[in-house]
Structure formats: structure tokens, C-alpha cells
Design a protein around this ligand. Structure first.
Ligand code: HSE
Length: 309
């Protein structure tokens, strides 16, 4: 095989109470890459679509190729590749856009080479794409994009992460308002100190969320979807955030918070029908303030990246 087409999914990071440690993958949207072997050792980005020319074609600076270059260097391989990237989701959206590209790229190359590295072990390479894109190699988008499902990053040093099963009827609504929030900026505004009171409250919710997911206890999931640390600060970057959140809760959502660094807002619901109702309610709340938005409803995607050809 000389060429491969791969899809990697969007992800919701933080999931209310789990800043930098929780994330899960969705069915759509996602990014696609087409990667072909070259006769030389060069890594060349031949085409990028779907991002209005905002991303660089420089392979040393693009989130799709940096993981590939790091991976090839580590394996001591001199094989070159042409890389086509098709962005199927907005940049700076809080949907893990750069992570989807990073995972798609390194997953595709690994498959093309006959999978010399187990998929799980591709995570450190994919994280290098995140470092290039937003200055911090956090894994709560890349890990679920790579592994599928709901992922917990237990430790960054050493890197230790695991999947948590999710209930069958758990659906997510993601609404992306037509504004851009730069992840670097959204991290910069966070405080470095957290009070003991908020730490205790947040730890309770983190534990509650994991237990709720594992036991399919929807009420426990709902009670645990409270973020005492990040949401109060970052919500100022999202116009109408509180109106949208209230609309989601009134429409029957289990909980609602910021997706990743925002501006997308996500809600969990029990059942697809409720998630669709929640989607309408959240959209209406944004649109009342003349903010155009796109909405997605999905189950939790347990597969992660997939080969399309
Ligand atoms: N955990 C990261 C953050 C996710 O909230 O900054 C960014 O998508």
C-alpha cells in the first residue's frame, strides 16, 4: 500500500470538571488526511482545504506533520510522504481541531508502514502537534481522538491514560458559535492558584463523573457536571454562555459546559431525542443574540481514527 485516507474525530476536552484530564471522541465532525509515500525522504504538505488558507504548508509548523516528523525521527526512518489535509471542522472551535489533524497524520503513516507502533503508543507523537498548535502538549483532545471513547489522563509525567466505558444512551450536543477563541489565550487567562475549597469540590465531581459513567448512573453524571475552576473564568470569552447553558438544562440536558477551550458549548443528555431538543434550545439561545452557530448531536465515538479506503 502506497497511499491511505484516514478520518480522525473531533473531541470534547475537559468535560466540565476534568480540565486537561478528561476528553471523549464524537462521530462527527472530524478531519481527513490522504498520505502517500514518496521516493525521497521529504515530508511535503501538498494541499490543505477547508480552512480558508489559515494553516501553514510548512511541515515543521503544521499540527498534521509535526507528529509524523517526530515519529519518523524516533523510528529512524527516512521514508518521505506527501500529505493532504482536509479540515472538516472550524479552527479555534473547542472541538479539538488540531488534535484531529495530528492523530489523523501519525495514525495514517503508522498504518501505511504496517503498524510498527501500537496505536496507543502514538500518543506522545500526536501530542507534539498540540504543542505546535497551542503551545501546550495537553492530551485531553489527542488521547480520545486516537483511542476513541472517553479517556482519562491520570498523569502527564509519566504519561498514563485509560479509557472509561460510557453508557449506551449517553448523547452529546455540541453547539459551535461563529466566533474564534484561541486556545493559547484561553489558557493564558486561567489563574495559577486554586483554592482548597474549589479543589475539594472539583475532586468530588471528577470521582463522581467516572463512577457515573462506569455505572450508567445518569443522575450522578448530571450532579458531577459542575466546574468550579475553569468555567467561571472562561465563560467571559463566550457571549451568551449562561443563557445557552440554562436553555440546555431547561430542555432536559444532564449538564452543560464549555467544550475544550471554547467557544463551543457541549451538553450531555440521556437519549438522542433529548439531545436533539437540547440542540434546538441551545441554538435558539445563541441566535436570539444574533450569533450564528452550527450544532452536532452524536453518541460517544468508541472507534477513534479510521481508514477510509
Ligand atoms: N484542556 C485544554 C484546555 C483543551 O482547556 O485548554 C483545549 O482544547
Amino acid at each position: 500500500m502506497d497511499s491511505i485516507k484516514v478520518f480522525a474525530p473531533a473531541t470534547v476536552a475537559n468535560v466540565a470538571c476534568g480540565f486537561d484530564i478528561f476528553g471523549f471522541a464524537v462521530d462527527a465532525p472530524g478531519d481527513e488526511v490522504i498520505i502517500s509515500k514518496r521516493d525521497d525522504s521529504k515530508i511535503v504538505i501538498t494541499k490543505i482545504s477547508g480552512e480558508d488558507g489559515k494553516l501553514t504548508l510548512d511541515p515543521q509548523k503544521n499540527a498534521v506533520t509535526v507528529p509524523v516528523i517526530t515519529y519518523l525521527k524516533k523510528l529512524g526512518l527516512a521514508q518521505g510522504f506527501n500529505v493532504e489535509l482536509h479540515k472538516k471542522m472550524p479552527l479555534g472551535s473547542g472541538l479539538g481541531s488540531s488534535s484531529a489533524s495530528s492523530v489523523a497524520g501519525v495514525f495514517a503513516v503508522n498504518e501505511l508502514l504496517g503498524r510498527p507502533v501500537p496505536v496507543k503508543d502514538l500518543l506522545p507523537y500526536a501530542m507534539e502537534g498540540e504543542r505546535i498548535a497551542c503551545g501546550a502538549a495537553h492530551a485531553d483532545n489527542v488521547a480520545p481522538a486516537l483511542m476513541g471513547g472517553f479517556v482519562v489522563i491520570r498523569s502527564y509525567s509519566p504519561l498514563d491514560f485509560f479509557n472509561v466505558p460510557t453508557p449506551q444512551e449517553l448523547f452529546v450536543t455540541i453547539v459551535h458559535p461563529d466566533i474564534e477563541v484561541n486556545t493559547k489565550d484561553a489558557r493564558y487567562i486561567l489563574r495559577n492558584e486554586v483554592s482548597m475549597k474549589n479543589t475539594i469540590a472539583q475532586m468530588g465531581n471528577v470521582a463522581g463523573m467516572i463512577a457515573g459513567l462506569m455505572q450508567s448512573d445518569y443522575d450522578l453524571i448530571a450532579r458531577s457536571m459542575v466546574d468550579f475552576i475553569i468555567e467561571p473564568v472562561r465563560s467571559i470569552l463566550i457571549p451568551e454562555f449562561w443563557e445557552v447553558k440554562n436553555a440546555a438544562l431547561e430542555a432536559g440536558a444532564l449538564g452543560c459546559s464549555i467544550s475544550g477551550a471554547g467557544p463551543s458549548v457541549f451538553a450531555f443528555s440521556r437519549g438522542q431525542e433529548t439531545a436533539e431538543k437540547v440542540s434546538m434550545a441551545m441554538k435558539t439561545a445563541f441566535e436570539k443574540a444574533s450569533i450564528h452557530c452550527n450544532a452536532y448531536v452524536s453518541g460517544v465515538n468508541t472507534q477513534g481514527p479510521k481508514v477510509l479506503n
